[in-house]
Write a protein that binds this ligand. Structure first.
Ligand code: GLA
Length: 405
């Protein structure tokens, strides 16, 4: 009897303190718009509403981008007397809930940024010591997504700090997607799967294809630097539905990349299952930018239900061949000329076997196995794998294909 009483007490205590990640919020990599790349902390209510409107008017929402995410700079410099976060009085004079309500009224989800440390990276109040209080505030405002950064964290243990926020969200009782942003410094790929829905793998992206930008003490990185910085073979093993490697927000449409480079950047982020978060001004986009960002067939590669992160099959000369297995034995293939010079590229399908040993997928091209080929930027079927592929690829240009029966 005594033992039974102990067991009942033990079980009820355990259950009441039980916390976990809320699963099912990112079965495929999350998509949306984030304010940081283009606007930094220069954000406000009117602009955010306009961005939600533009997401719809441009067809981006229809293409799958369904989040409006406010990055750093939405808060006042100080918490209130009760320790609550306060919306920035000039930028958000009517509070955050009004903005979240507006975003929701458009059928979109709404997200905010904060930081595990005492201050955010731009110097606003961080969540350290206020995690449970902040989570309740997010619920009050109707927040669906939290990007949780890593500035001013001192000697904090990253895994524990992110667990604290995960538990605070769980306790607060609203399904809030947790986007971990500690730049890969503490190897989140080793521990973050039960905690967050995605984790950044590097420091910040910079508006260039390949460059390093020194901010005086820390660097941000071109798209290709990010691609190269980590062991992609290792990363793909630990990614999947609800736990994605985040290669940072897109720089498409921000003017630092050539059109060919923007297409390569977008295709590789898609193939590597990165979240697709727009980082440009949606109110003011060229047709070329919009065409890239609303390319439904490339988005479908990123959002494929198998959730298998792509990989580099091989490099031939200057051409890197990135591939991704998808449902129904369809494959995405990206031939990327990683060179300053154009190349006349020939690829003989016959005799090639692409093997994914991690996820046990394979595709062979021979006389009995002929596949159709679709060019996903031209939106056109371009023949089949019987004939060798011949293409001129310009500097940093990619040919992005789908191979299917
Ligand atoms: C860090 C993050 C960025 C952005 C800024 C905001 O640098 O990595 O993505 O959120 O903070 O200050």
């Amino acid at each position: 009897m005594k033992n039974l009483t102990f067991l009942i007490i033990f079980l009820s205590v355990s259950l009441s303190t039980f916390s976990q990640k809320i699963e099912g919020l990112a079965p495929t990599p999350q998509m949306g718009w984030n304010s940081w790349n283009k606007f930094g902390t220069d954000i406000n209510e009117q602009m955010v509403k306009e961005m939600a409107d533009a997401l719809i008017a441009t067809g981006l929402k229809d293409a799958g981008y369904n989040h409006i995410l406010l990055d750093d700079g939405w808060m006042a410099m100080e918490r209130d007397a009760q320790g609550n976060l306060v919306p920035h009085p000039e930028k958000f004079p009517n509070g955050i809930k009004v903005v979240a309500d507006y975003v929701h009224s458009k059928g979109l989800k709404f997200g905010l940024y904060n930081c595990a440390g005492s201050k955010t990276c731009a110097g606003y109040p961080g969540s350290r010591g206020h995690e449970y209080q902040d989570a309740l505030k997010y619920v009050e405002w109707g927040v669906d997504y939290l990007k949780y950064d890593w500035c001013s964290t001192g000697k904090l243990n990253a895994e524990e700090a992110y667990i604290t926020m995960r538990d605070a969200i769980y306790k607060a009782g609203r399904p809030i997607l947790l986007s971990i942003c500690e730049w890969g410094e503490n190897k989140p790929w080793d521990w973050a799967q039960p905690i967050g829905h995605s984790w950044r793998i590097t420091g910040d992206i910079y508006n260039c294809f390949e460059c390093e930008h020194d901010h005086g003490g820390y660097f941000s990185w071109g798209a290709m630097n990010i691609l190269n910085m980590r062991d992609q073979e290792m990363l793909r093993k630990v990614a999947g539905p609800d736990h994605w490697n985040d290669m940072d927000m897109l720089e498409v449409g921000n003017g630092g990349l050539t059109p060919n480079e923007e297409k390569t950047h977008f295709a590789l982020w898609a193939i590597l299952n990165s979240p697709l978060l727009l980082g440009n001004d949606l109110r003011n986009m060229s047709k070329e930018t919009l065409d890239i960002l609303t390319n439904k067939e490339i988005i479908a590669v990123n959002q494929d239900a198998l959730g298998i992160q792509g990989f580099k099959y091989k490099t031939e000369g200057t051409v890197e061949i990135w591939v991704k297995p998808m449902v129904n034995n369809e494959w995405a293939i990206c031939f990327f000329n990683r060179s300053q010079d154009p190349v006349d590229f020939i690829f003989n399908w016959e005799g090639q076997t692409i093997k994914d040993n991690v996820f046990d997928k394979e595709i062979t091209f021979d006389k009995g196995n002929v596949y159709k080929i679709k060019d996903l930027y031209l939106h056109k079927e371009i023949g089949n794998t019987k004939k060798a592929l011949k293409r001129k690829l310009e500097k940093n240009q990619s040919l992005v294909l789908k191979i299917y029966k």
